[in-house]
Design a protein around this ligand. Structure first.
Ligand SMILES: [Cu+2]
Length: 227
């Protein structure tokens, strides 16, 4: 994945006098997924991929198996206000970048258009209280901003101009979440000491979980098996 934009902003949770730390680790892909499918773009979008065939991005793993685009979170965690910094999603080459994101409820999700073509940004939430919207965005147009009031996993954004364009934002009612980077590593910052269930969800590969104890931080590696 090129120019992965890190969208997660560190927010330290204040939990009495308890200390806090980072939960870090790496997600590794096991097994071999089906080949990605070629995306046949229209000429204007295809021209931005000269010499390369764009494909689906269902499983994005590096040479060591590090699996990107896993949503990692502490299930049932409480608290943590929405970070002031937005989650930034760009449209570049008629693809949403990043493909997978996480956000806190009421955190601003800012959608950019770096392309010389028009897009139509259309989040399609499935949870009551999250609002469907549908906004045109001119070539290299002003950013659009969205917020969602309720927790929802893999809330889909699509583009009504380009039917292959999707991005997913998992929205949490706490701030203890992250998305694995292109080497499969993740970092959830500011986790108060305590016992947690660490959950990893991959849109195609499903869910795995692990009980962890955080004492000034914790480290946990997990595997996702290709389906
Ligand atoms: Cu589009």
């Amino acid at each position: 994945m090129k120019s992965l934009i890190l969208t997660l902003t560190a927010v330290a949770l204040v939990a009495g006098n308890a200390s806090a730390g980072d939960v870090t680790g790496k997600i590794t892909l096991k097994g071999t997924p089906a080949p990605e499918k070629e995306i046949s773009m229209d000429p204007a979008c295809g021209a931005m991929h000269a010499g390369k065939k764009p494909t689906t991005r269902f499983y994005v793993a590096d040479a060591s198996g590090g699996l990107a685009d896993c949503v990692v979170y502490l299930e049932g965690a409480k608290g943590g206000a929405a970070p002031a910094a937005p989650v930034v999603v760009d449209q570049r080459g008629c693809e949403y970048l990043p493909y997978i994101n996480s956000a806190t409820v009421n955190q601003t999700i800012r959608v950019m258009n770096s392309d010389p073509v028009m897009h139509n940004v259309h989040p399609t939430p499935a949870v009551d209280g999250n609002k469907e919207q549908n906004k045109a965005q001119l070539p290299k147009g002003a950013p659009l901003e969205f917020t969602f009031a309720k927790a929802e996993k893999f809330l889909r954004f699509k583009c009504d101009v380009h039917p292959w364009m999707f991005s997913y934002v998992s929205v949490f009612d706490h701030s203890l979440h992250a998305v694995s980077g292109k080497d499969g590593s993740f970092k959830i910052t500011g986790v108060p000491d305590g016992k947690y269930k660490l959950v990893v969800e991959h849109r195609k590969g499903g869910r795995v979980e692990k009980d962890i104890e955080v004492k000034g931080g914790a480290k946990a590696d997990l595997d996702i098996t290709a389906k």
